[in-house]
Unconditional design. Structure first.
Length: 278
């Protein structure tokens, strides 16, 4: 019985692949038609070639490009194919972890925006319970309080570059902050060399990742970078008035940092916070 050949259109429809793709596979030598009519140049395929086409489609689904697929299939080496699949599996797992980090960072940013919308007005002092947090901290030789917003911008850029170097999603960059040592806060001595970002709880504790314990915090909300010293003094006076004991470092947390409406300056809303006991 004479074998029934498939036209390129039939092969395309049967395997849900475009005619242009089949022509490209032919040109590359990936999947050549079993017969080409010398007069019409029409391509014809054998149904048994579906197995080769299925393998090409499978490898594409795994993220391999056509050049990689051709080199792999031309080798006809099962061990090589297995090694390539293992490598692709590892790449996929890395991509999944990266996506998880991005999802967590997006959730954190959305939460920050929601919290900003519901935050008290500028200058409001509150007493709040704050959960355990982790921060990724970077030391800088520059004292933030000796300089203006332009220098702060430069330091933020250094932090962003550090995130890139450590392959951390830059979206964490939107939730930054600075630390003022406990004794410096109490004596109103403004010297800070630590800038940080909040990271997720599953970040392993190491040299640059620090855990901030949960507890009660005296807080004041700030809508202007230049008000921090003035408001820090107000927060200290509040703690003294309430007879609170300051138990840790003062944290200046950027609740909101989205330059959506301002082109020439950074729009920030802060929560200055210090842990206290009664």
């Amino acid at each position: 019985m004479e074998k029934q050949l498939l036209s390129i259109g039939q092969m395309s429809k049967m395997n849900h692949v475009s005619i242009s793709a089949l022509r490209l596979y032919d040109e590359m030598g990936l999947l050549k038609p079993i017969y080409v009519d010398s007069q019409t140049n029409y391509r014809y395929y054998d149904i048994n070639q579906n197995a080769r086409l299925n393998m090409i489609q499978y490898m594409k689904e795994l993220g391999m490009n056509l050049k990689e697929i051709k080199e792999t299939l031309d080798q006809k080496d099962l061990n090589l194919i297995e090694a390539i699949l293992i490598r692709k599996k590892e790449q996929t797992e890395k991509e999944i972890e990266d996506l998880k980090l991005k999802r967590s960072a997006l959730k954190r940013t959305i939460y920050s925006m929601e919290r900003y919308r519901k935050s008290p007005k500028d200058g409001t002092i509150t007493l709040e319970y704050i959960n355990t947090r982790r921060i990724y901290s970077m030391y800088t030789p520059i004292n933030f309080y000796d300089y203006d917003i332009e220098t702060y911008e430069s330091i933020l850029n250094d932090l962003k570059n550090t995130l890139i170097d450590h392959q951390l999603p830059q979206i964490y960059y939107c939730n930054a902050g600075t630390l003022l040592k406990k004794n410096d806060f109490i004596h109103q001595h403004y010297e800070s060399h630590d800038i940080f970002i909040f990271v997720d709880d599953y970040f392993p504790l190491q040299k640059d990742v620090i855990q901030i314990e949960n507890g009660m915090y005296a807080c004041i909300y700030i809508d202007d970078f230049n008000k921090e010293k003035e408001y820090a003094k107000k927060l200290l006076e509040y703690c003294i008035e309430k007879n609170y004991t300051i138990t840790g470092n003062c944290i200046c947390e950027v609740l909101y940092d989205m330059n959506i409406f301002e082109e020439d300056r950074r729009s920030m809303f802060f929560r200055l916070q210090v842990p206290v006991s009664f």
